[in-house]
Design a protein around this ligand. Structure first.
Ligand code: GLP
Length: 236
């Protein structure tokens, strides 16, 4: 499954390089980026060059307060799994600056930079256990813009693994692209794995869209693709 998602991303870069990719972090994406680096090596030199020279991606989110070299930051995650393996420049793999002195202003700058780049072509998304996409915590409307927000206890618990298992050690705030920018992408690819996500995936796709399940707004997108493993599909 990770291989299929990786080849979709590479195909997007080759066939529709006009707009940046929208990328995500999280455990779900680790095998995707590993597969992407492997698949790139199998391509011709000309294709590799086309993909890497033209690469521009905007990640969804970043914690506030972690230095970029902190291995728990999303910036470090992307550098280790995508930027360095593909030989890309840091300015080709963009994330919000979680160390900006004014995170709210940084969120506005990041959202504006994405708009200047033309918005996202293909947006890759994972799914939070509480229905968040990016770090759009519930309740969240479909118009929410890129912003700095306070993370929920549920999300800090979900992500505590990278912080020694201590939810309190997870940064309290993050900068995230909003549902507004996510829904403005030309295409969306939602990737969901594992039985723990089955209940929230079902709610996101089958219940009427509502602020309590931010991912449910994706139902409004005309080009939403969902890639899920058998465990995440649960009782569908
Ligand atoms: C994190 C990230 C999301 C990610 C989601 C799922 O908190 N902010 O972008 O998609 O939660 O993470 P995981 O794949 O580790 O389950």
């Amino acid at each position: 499954m990770a291989a299929a998602v990786a080849s979709r991303l590479l195909e997007e870069r080759l066939q529709r390089p006009r707009l940046p990719l929208g990328l995500a972090t999280g455990r779900t994406m680790e095998p995707v980026y590993a597969a992407l680096a492997q698949q790139l090596e199998q391509l011709s030199g000309a294709q590799q060059q086309a993909i890497c020279q033209g690469w521009l991606s905007f990640n969804l989110d970043e914690y506030v307060g972690l230095v970029a070299t902190d291995t728990r930051s999303f910036t470090a995650f992307m550098a280790a799994r995508l930027q360095r393996p593909l030989g890309l420049q840091p300015e080709q793999v963009l994330l919000p600056d979680g160390l900006a002195s004014d995170p709210q202003a940084e969120a506005r700058r990041y959202g504006a930079a994405l708009a200047v780049a033309g918005g996202v072509g293909l947006q890759l998304l994972g799914l939070g256990l509480n229905g968040h996409v990016g770090f759009n915590e519930p309740p969240c409307g479909a118009q929410a813009p890129c912003r700095c927000l306070t993370l929920s206890a549920a999300t800090r618990t979900q992500n505590a693994g990278a912080f020694g298992g201590d939810p309190e050690a997870v940064p309290a705030q993050a900068i995230t692209l909003g549902l507004a920018e996510i829904l403005a992408a030309e295409r969306i690819l939602l990737v969901v794995t594992g039985a723990s996500k089955a209940a929230i995936l079902k709610r996101a796709l089958q219940e009427p869209p509502c602020p309590e399940v931010p991912a449910s707004w994706l139902q409004h997108h005309p080009r939403l693709e969902v890639v899920a493993d058998r465990a995440a599909l649960g009782t569908f």
